[in-house]
Design a protein around this ligand. Structure first.
Ligand SMILES: NC(=O)c1ccc[n+]([C@@H]2O[C@H](COP(=O)([O-])OP(=O)(O)OC[C@H]3O[C@@H](n4cnc5c(N)ncnc54)[C@H](OP(=O)(O)O)[C@@H]3O)[C@@H](O)[C@H]2O)c1
Length: 280
């Protein structure tokens, strides 16, 4: 293996960002361990570069399977350089409209699953004293919408955990980056957006309206997943590792607006909050 060749481990390669990233990684000459719930959905990736691609079935809600697959993946080429937590899905509906099981499942896939993947790859990366973990977040994590409270909350949790882990592992030569996309033209709305089990008319004007907006946006999202994949590969090749790589104009504008609003609110409420300290 060429010294410059990286080994990537990517979840959710059957579709969308994961599929685009898998193809881009192979085209760049790097090695790829691609995973998906249904291994048959990614078998064709091995034919792209039989010596450079391995595929495994992996559902990220299963921590034991995550550990087993990561262990096998690390043995294929003796290392894992980049691990991408891409697998995820949306849940649209007001918090009250979602069933208990829907909330738990969404957090298990979007938050707990990526945490287990990180916990599985970190021993490999610590022994290498190098590695780059990339966690796919969402614009909902910086300023959430009505109707995305659970999904955006899970992504917000992923951002918080990633920031902490980044500080834990930086001295060990390991990088952690969050990728924060806005709306991208993947199959997310068509196949990865679950509807809340319940309906409460009081939320029609907020979360109901947002769900309709998502439906109308499908096929017209401004973001191109192939270009997103190119941006991620470019960021990894660059060697510097931002805490956040915000993808697309929509997410960039939204992130800037949210930061400005947070700054203005901090200033407005500082006198009240500052009064909470001891006076002497
Ligand atoms: N597209 C957007 O506008 C957008 C915006 C912000 C963030 N994102 C995030 O981008 C990531 C990829 O989504 P996408 O837009 O590329 O949608 P997509 O085309 O529907 O792909 C979603 C991928 O996640 C996989 N997945 C879902 N649940 C899984 C599980 N339990 N275990 C393993 N894999 C699972 C799917 O695999 P199966 O084939 O097995 O279902 C599929 O490969 C997600 O984390 C999503 O939250 C997307």
């Amino acid at each position: 293996m060429n010294d410059q060749t990286r080994v990537w481990f990517v979840t959710g390669c059957s579709s969308g960002f994961g599929r685009s990233l898998a193809e881009r990684v192979v085209a760049s000459g790097d090695r790829l361990v691609a995973t998906a719930r249904d291994a048959a959905a990614i078998a064709d990736l091995e034919t792209l570069a039989p010596d450079a691609v391995r595929t495994f079935a992996l559902d990220v809600i299963d921590p034991a399977r995550i550990r087993a697959v990561v262990a096998e993946a690390a043995m294929v080429w003796g290392r894992i350089d980049v691990a991408v937590n891409n697998a995820g899905y949306g849940l649209v509906g007001a918090l009250e409209e979602c069933a208990d099981a829907q909330i738990e499942q969404n957090f298990a896939v979007n938050l707990t699953g990526p945490l287990h993947v990180m916990r599985a790859v970190l021993p490999v990366m610590r022994s290498q004293r190098s590695g780059h973990i990339i966690n796919v977040s969402a614009a909902a994590a910086i300023a959430n919408y009505p109707g995305f409270s659970v999904y955006g909350g899970a992504k917000c949790g992923l951002e918080g955990v990633s920031e902490g882990v980044r500080a834990e592992v930086a001295p060990l030569g390991i990088k952690v980056t969050l990728v924060r996309p806005g709306p991208f033209r993947t199959r997310f709305v068509a196949r990865s957006l679950e509807r809340a089990a319940g309906h409460i008319a009081d939320y029609d004007a907020t979360s109901g309206k947002f769900a309709q907006l998502l439906g109308r946006m499908d096929g017209r999202q401004p973001g191109d997943p192939d270009r997103a994949a190119a941006a991620i590969v470019k960021m990894v090749q660059d060697g510097r590792s931002p805490l956040r790589l915000v993808l697309g104009r929509y997410a960039l504008d939204k992130s800037r607006k949210a930061l400005a609003a947070a700054e203005a609110e901090l200033a407005e409420w500082a006198p009240v909050g500052l009064a909470a300290d001891f006076t002497a």
